[in-house]
Design a protein around this ligand. Structure first.
Ligand SMILES: Nc1ncnc2c1ncn2[C@@H]1O[C@H](COP(=O)(O)OP(=O)(O)OP(=O)(O)O)[C@@H](O)[C@H]1O
Length: 208
């Protein structure tokens, strides 16, 4: 499902990062571990095609990202990859539900309101649907951004510390939801996390 090979990347001001090869099958989850600054977010961006590696390759669902143009990659990402960034980005003038509905349309799928409601319920943010992002706490926005990443039941989920702003109870809900999507829709999941419970439930890991 996801396979990377000999990826190397450097920013103008950093050393060159050489990343381990990542291989994740359908219905499989893996952790990405490493100290702060070791390149975890950079690797997720490379795997999502948001950055282009100086060498090496990434293949998703059998397609080499290098063979796609930027527009094609953007469409592919919207349809097949669920991304959770460290900081949630929302349009400030739309409420959380409208933000998700707009994302679903952008991803080219029909708005599945039942699925949106289910995601909001599972993440315990149903009561915040009609609030603007700025009127929600960071943890609430983070949960809404996790819901957004799962809108199209993506083949691949790349999540960068999805529970970093959450208390134990909500972190546990996020872990349950991600793993239920992996199980029910055979998604592949790669997650950067410090959450011990998620670590206990996902035996496979890559270390930077
Ligand atoms: N756009 C950028 N330009 C220059 N350097 C960058 C850029 N983005 C990240 N870096 C540097 O690259 C290194 C790796 O950053 P990255 O965010 O991938 O690490 P990380 O392991 O995800 O860190 P953390 O756990 O703190 O989020 C860091 O030293 C960072 O300062």
């Amino acid at each position: 499902m996801l396979q990377s090979s000999e990826l190397k990347y450097s920013y103008p001001t950093t050393e060159t990062f050489s990343f381990p090869d990542i291989g994740i099958n359908k219905g499989e989850a893996a952790l990405l571990l490493g100290p702060s600054g070791s390149g975890k977010s950079t690797l997720l961006h490379l795997l999502a095609g948001l950055l282009s590696a100086q060498s090496g390759s990434v293949s998703i669902m059998g397609t080499d990202l290098k063979r796609m143009g930027e527009r094609e990659k953007e469409k592919f990402r919207a349809q097949h990859i669920g991304l959770v960034f460290q900081r949630p980005f929302f349009l400030p003038y739309l409420n959380l539900e409208e933000n998700l509905q707009l994302s679903a349309r952008y991803q080219g799928s029909k708005v599945d309101q039942d699925w949106i409601n289910h995601l909001f319920e599972q993440l315990q943010i149903s009561h915040l649907k009609f609030k603007k992002p700025a009127d929600c706490s960071l943890g609430e926005q983070q949960r809404a951004s996790i819901a957004r990443s799962l809108l199209q039941k993506p083949a691949l989920i790349l999540a960068d510390e999805p529970s970093s702003a959450l208390d134990d109870h909500n972190a546990s809900k996020v872990g349950e939801l991600l793993l239920s999507v992996v199980e029910n829709f055979e998604s592949a999941l790669l997650v950067v996390t410090h959450d011990q419970r998620l670590k206990d439930r996902i035996p496979k890991s890559y270390s930077l």
